[in-house]
Design a protein around this ligand. Sequence first.
Ligand code: CTP
Length: 398
Amino acid sequence: MLAGRRVVLGITGGVAAYKAAYLARRLVERGAVVRTVMTDAATEFIGPHTFAAITGTRPVVDLFDADDVSPHTTLGRWADAIVVAPATAATLARLANGLSDDSVSATVLATAAPVVIAPAMHTEMWMHPATVSNVERLESFGYHIVSPEAGALAGGDTGLGRLADPDRIADAVAGVLPGGPLTGVEVLITAGGTREPIDRVRFLGNHSSGKMGNAIAAAAARRGAHVTLVTAGPGIEHPRVTVVPVDTAAEMAEATWEMAEKADVAVMAAAVADFRPAKALDGKLRRSDGPPMIELEPTPDVLRGISEMTDRPFLVGFAAETGGIDEAVAKAQRKDVDLLVANDVTAPGSGFGTETNQVTIVLPDGSTDPWSLLPKSEVAERLWDRIAELRKSEGTST
Ligand code: CTP
C-alpha cells in the first residue's frame, strides 16, 4: 500500500526521536518516498544526517534557512500523508491550536493530506487533561493518533507513554492513505461472542474470540473500505475501522441495525447468543440458595434484522456447526444471505480461539466450495476476493 506513496515524516524533540530513524527505514522498505522535517529540539536527540542517509533527502530543519522559500507549504502539498513521530506534548498542543511556530507544526498546518500522529512522553504528561483534550481536538480534525505503549520511558521511568512500535506507525500511515479496491465502500462487521447477564457477576457466553471478525475487518480496511466493527471481543486498531464495543445480543442488534442502512456489505461473524436469561438478577446468585432455575428468552436475530431490510447490504453470514456442515446449506437459504461461511468448530485447527480456520463457502443456490485449512488472515483475504466477484456479477463495481 505504501509503494510509490509520498510520506513526510515530522520528528519533534523527545528521546524517542531516535526511533523515527527506524520508522523512516520501515517506510522506505515498504516502498514509500520519504521526506523528513525536524524541529530544532529533535536535532538535540538525533542528527539530520541520519535521515538524509536513510531517505536520500536532507531533512528540513530551519524554515528560514532552506533553499526553498516556503519549505513547509512545499512539503505539505507534496505529501500523500504526513506522520509526526515522535510527537511531544508541546507538539500536540501546537497542532491542536494551529500554532505553526516550528518546522513540523507549520508543515502539518499547511497540508490537506491525511495526518498520523504518534505521541511519546511521560505518563503524567500523556494523562494530563490538557493533553487529553488536545488529542480529542486532533482526532476531531480527522488526524489519526497511534496511541503510545506502556514500557520504559526516558530517565529510567516506566509507564504508558512510550512511542508505538515503528511497524505499528507504518501500518497506520498505510491505513490512512486513500486507495485500494474497496475505497468508498462501507462495511459493517459483527464479531466476538456476546455475553448475556445472569446476575451482576455471571453471564451466558461462548468461546468466540472475535479473531475471525477482526481479520475480516483488517482485510477490508487494508483494501480501502471504511469499516464499522460491532464487537463483543477485543477489536482492532486501524484508521479506517470504527470499533463499537458491545456486550449483549440486544446491544449488538441495536448498534448493527443503526449502521446497516448505509452499509454496502455486512459480515455477521459474531457468535450471538440465541437465548438470554429473561431476568438478570440485580445482585448475586448465592450458592446457599441452591441451584437456580434460569428462565431463558430469545434474543434478537441480528442477521435476520438486516436480511429483512428492503434496501439491504450484501449480506454474509457465518455458521459454526459441530460434526459436519450439512446443516449450513439449509441455513444459507433459511437465513436469506448472499454468502454463508460455514465451519465445523470441532475440526482440528478450526473454530474458536484458533489462528487458523477451515471453512466452506456456501451460496444460496446450494453450491459449496470447501477451502483448505488457512490462517484466519488468509481466509479473510479470500473472502473479500469472493465477495468482490459476487458483487461484480450482481453489477456492483466495487
Ligand atoms: N446471528 C445473529 N443473531 C443471532 C443469532 C445468529 O446475527 N441472534 C447470526 C450469526 O452472526 C451468524 C448467523 O446468524 O452469522 C448464523 O448463526 P447460527 O448461530 O449458526 O444460526 P442460528 O439461526 O442461531 O442456528 P443454530 O440453531 O444452528 O444456532
